[in-house]
Design a protein. Structure first.
Length: 191
């Protein structure tokens, strides 16, 4: 096949050269709810065109590549005293696959157990391009399902206002869980 960035022949949708040149993570940090760190791996402008593949067939492969290079690398080097769960925001498959489940799967490691279908939004109001006020007026209304681990890493592809991650963290805290950090591919404020 051809690399979708440079169009040279490649065994993957993005060739090794482009992956090394363009997809080497540069960690960026912000916080939600006062003290929960949100780490993102890529400046928004650099992967914006790749994120647009999300709801297409090729999106599965692109998200798998992005996940492996960013969250996968993070999980291999991250150490913690005991096992924690990782949960993708609203990971039910809408277009054949769930992009947050693809990201979450890359975290599997000695310290992290990915859990699926544990956090479901009741409201799927489209947030993209909407004001903070409209987002606040339409909370996701997350429902939590039981799982064993006490502490949680939240996973999403993009953090914009941080409201979705904050609401998800509050829903988990209400169940007695503790969100220790969040991981996203990119931060829309980091251009
Ligand atoms: Zn290439």
């Amino acid at each position: 096949m051809k690399c979708m960035i440079c169009e040279s022949w490649s065994f993957s949708h993005i060739c090794v050269t482009c992956q090394n040149n363009l997809l080497t993570p540069r960690l960026h940090k912000r916080k939600i709810l006062g003290n929960i760190p949100v780490y993102s791996f890529y400046p928004y402008d650099e992967i914006e065109s790749l994120l647009l593949t999300k709801h297409t067939d090729i999106g599965y492969y692109i998200y798998t590549i992005l996940a492996k290079r960013s969250l996968g690398t993070f999980a291999q080097t991250w150490e913690y005293g005991y096992r924690v769960a990782s949960i993708g925001i609203d990971d039910d498959p809408k277009s054949g696959y769930s992009h947050t489940a693809v990201l979450n799967r890359a975290l599997r490691s000695p310290a992290i157990t990915p859990r699926y279908g544990k956090l479901r939004a009741q409201n799927h109001h489209k947030y993209a391009g909407k004001s903070v006020e409209e987002r606040l007026m339409n909370p996701r209304g997350f429902l939590c399902s039981p799982f064993n681990e006490e502490e949680v890493i939240l996973v999403d592809d993009i953090v914009t206002t941080g409201l979705t991650l904050s609401e998800a963290a509050e829903a988990l805290h209400a169940q007695g869980k503790k969100v220790i950090l969040c991981l996203t591919l990119t931060d829309a404020e980091n251009k």
